[in-house]
Design a protein around this ligand. Structure first.
Ligand code: G1P
Length: 297
């Protein structure tokens, strides 16, 4: 039987320069959509997929992330005394068993491939693992990683989430060269990191969810730098095509690029509208501002 995926790596070492000055003192993963930090969405998605162990690849200045997952006894006590059970329940979502969570420092910003490599000693030989990039927030009935884990039970190999993007955006993504399709699973014949539109093998972009085999660490160890002078995870995965196989998974769900301001704002609006207690007021406000804009045009 294929080994289940129960471990996940969250690369959270990025500087978040696009959100300065906010990210001068808070990690971008702590920025909130409505009332939950971005990282919480990734954790919830991972838990739904059966992940039990969480590895954070962090960097200097990310202390707030560690505190976020620590217990908060004073806060809990005060909520309990006030009978605020709803808030207590919300707070419990952030609970992490001691031992279920590990932090590794990436000492230099050398790229996503290098960040994943930093976690190599925490993954056993033969143990498949997931990677989730918290900037990519994916809304859907069934979480993206859960969909992938289910598909992976059939395919094995390595798997990357993919979605169609406009051609002119390929230079922001890893892009696959697609082969045969079987439902949502697509054979991957090649992968390129951030190709120009004219060089891209397709418009199927890699989104930040991966299921990988630990053989990737051997590749990462000797991988030369790639696009942008960084060690690219895409290049390492591409090198597994011949040996273990790589599949794209065209997930169902809506992805928000919370690494960009526009994507972050869109996600805020979408998740706000998704909340029953906020929906009507926010909808009314949006109708008013868009009405005002139309009138001004
Ligand atoms: C990273 C990956 C890229 C992927 C993207 C998805 O790029 O390197 O292959 O398509 O995430 O969000 P980054 O956005 O960190 O530049």
């Amino acid at each position: 039987m294929r080994k289940r995926v129960t471990k996940a790596i969250f690369p959270v070492a990025g500087l978040g320069t696009r959100f300065l000055p906010a990210t001068k003192s808070i990690p971008k993963e702590i920025m909130t959509l409505v009332d939950r930090p971005l990282i919480q969405y990734a954790i919830d998605e991972a838990r739904e997929a059966g992940i039990k162990e969480f590895i954070f690849v962090t960097a200097r200045g990310k202390g707030a992330l560690e505190d976020y997952f620590d217990s908060a006894p004073e806060l809990e006590k005060s909520l309990r005394l006030k009978g605020k059970t709803d808030l207590l329940r919300e707070l419990r979502r952030t609970d992490m068993d001691s031992g279920a969570i590990a932090y590794i420092r990436q000492r230099e910003a050398r790229g996503l491939g290098h960040a994943v490599y930093c976690a190599r000693r925490l993954v056993a030989p033969n143990e498949p693992f997931a990677v989730l990039l918290p900037d990519d927030v994916i809304a859907g009935k069934v979480g993206c990683l859960k969909q992938m884990v289910d598909a992976y039970a059939e395919t094995g190999g390595n798997m990357v989430a993919v979605m169609k993007v406009p051609r002119k955006q390929t230079s922001s993504y890893g892009v696959i060269d697609p082969g045969q399709k079987d439902g949502r699973v697509i054979e991957v014949k090649g992968m390129v990191e951030k190709p120009k539109a004219e060089d891209a093998p397709s418009n199927m972009a890699v989104i930040g969810r991966y299921i990988l085999r630990p053989a990737i660490f051997q590749t990462l160890r000797r991988l030369p730098t790639g696009a942008g002078g960084e060690v690219q995870l895409t290049d390492a995965i591409s090198a597994q095509i011949e040996t273990d196989g790589v599949y794209g998974y065209n997930f169902a769900g809506q992805r928000f690029d919370c690494g960009s301001k526009a994507g972050y704002l869109q996600a805020t609006v979408a998740f706000g509208l998704g909340r029953e207690e906020l929906h009507d007021e926010l909808r009314g406000f949006l109708d008013t501002v868009t009405g005002v804009r139309h009138a001004a045009e």
